[in-house]
Structures are given as C-alpha cells and as structure tokens.
Design a protein. Sequence first.
Length: 306
Amino acid sequence: MNLQRLITRSSSKQLFRLMFEHRITRKAFFNAISRRLYDELVERNPDDRPVKVQQDKHAYLMALLARFDRAASEGRISATVTERIVDVFLDNVAVSDEHRSEAARRLGISPPLFVVISPTGQCNLRCRGCYAASDPSHHNSLDSATFERILNEKNEEWDSHFTVISGGEPFLWKDGDRDLLDVVEDHSGDLFLVYTNGTRIDDETARRMSELGNITPAISVEGFEAETDDRRGRGVFRKVLRAMENLRRHGVPFGISITPTKENGYFRISQRGDFDLMSMDTGSSGCPILCGNGLGFAQGYLRLRL
C-alpha cells in the first residue's frame, strides 16, 4: 500500500487534524506511518532503488516527523500552521502519486518532486565563499509574472506543490508592491521551504508567516556566534537569534542550515552534541547540511577542508 492509499483509507482531514492536536494519537499515527513507509520504501521497493538509499530516505522522513512531534508537543507550532500543513500535505503532497505518474507518461520523463527558485541574487550580507556570489550590489531578480508562472506550471504540468526558495536573500525580493509572502499567500496550496540568512525576519514578518501557515524558513548559521560572525559578518548571529525568537513567538516551525568548511569542520565533529542542544534551545525543527559543490557530504566536506 502506498502513502496515498494509506492516507485516503485512514480517515478525513478533520480526523487527521484531531490526531495531530494530541500527542498520544499523533505518536501512534507516526508509528503507523513509519511501519508502512518502511514496508513500502525498503521491503517492497517497487522501483528497485539501492537499499541504503531507501533506508536513508525512511530515516530522514521519520526524523522530520520526530522533530515536528517534539515541536508540537512543546507548543512551538501554532494551530494555524499545523492545520495548513495537514491540509496542504493531504491535498497536494501526499496524494499526488497518480498525477505524477500520469505526468511522467505524458512528458516522457520523471518530473521532479519540487523545484528550487532563486527569485533574486541580491543579499544584504557578504558571506565569505557564498555559493551564489550574492552581495548587496547583485540585483538580478525574477519579475513577479515569471516567478508565479513557474509555480503555476509545475502545479499544472506535474502536480508539484512543494517549492524550495533560495537566493540571494529571498526576503529582499520585491516586484513593485509584491514581496515573497504575497506570492506564498497566492499559492496557499503549496508548501515553501525558504533558505534565508534570517536577518530580515522581524516580528511582523514572523506573524505573517504564522498566519499563512505554508512557509517554513531554514536559517543559515556556521555554528555558534564566533563561527557565524566570522563568515557572515559581525553581529549576524545575534540577529539570527532574534529572528528565531520571533518565529518561536508566533509558532512558525523553522530549521537551521550549515555549510561544512575547514573553519567549522572541527566544530561539527567535536561539538555536534552541543550544536544539537542549540537547535533544541532555539526551537529549530531540523538541521540540513549544505555542501559546497553538490558531490555529497563526504566529498564536499573533504574538498572544503583542503
């Protein structure tokens, strides 16, 4: 049984909302999902993918659910955000397997589950070694019509409703009076993961993100204050902490992202436990690790160490 059939057979969206509101039923649901996903991804493995890849995929999904469960239990996710995540996930993300299969037959390729859009190259920081070579003077940006055409076409052509936003600094993007959150609001059936330096997330921005409910940021850090400020600029770490406090106050789930370099490589290995504690103290729901050259963690880490 695939995830789509599992969800559609289980119950209505209202029942799912009730299950997510209470930890006992939420954990029971997550345990059932874990068993079914393992059977589907690893045991059945209908596409005959490498077993280790499937095991890692299962572990990653369950880690996300565990983080979500912890954040919800500690009251760090607002009811509005939970409801929007459940609705979007059930309506468009988890139940679109058949649509994607039809699109693959029609297009002759297997379409991606998501796309990465960088609406602007502009950034208010000058981080050393920026992969996008962004800075305050870099103003290449998408116009609003193009930005939204990409979102509409991936919805319509292959039923993709998950979008990763990168940059530049996404919260600097504007086209006329429209900003990033205006686009997110107009695409309420999508989920948006936004990679950001966090310095533009003030209380009003966090409040609006909470009201929308379908956007979550991954805030870039390099470690603690010394490591982050060394690469990103003096005072950036404290601005990031203020952004995290704003998000936590309004119940917006967020993650942190880190790029391994020779400056923080020792930190990640020797102080990983301390760093995980920082993630929990700030309310982070996840910690993606970004590699500088797209070759995977080990090769990217080793090359950046040289």
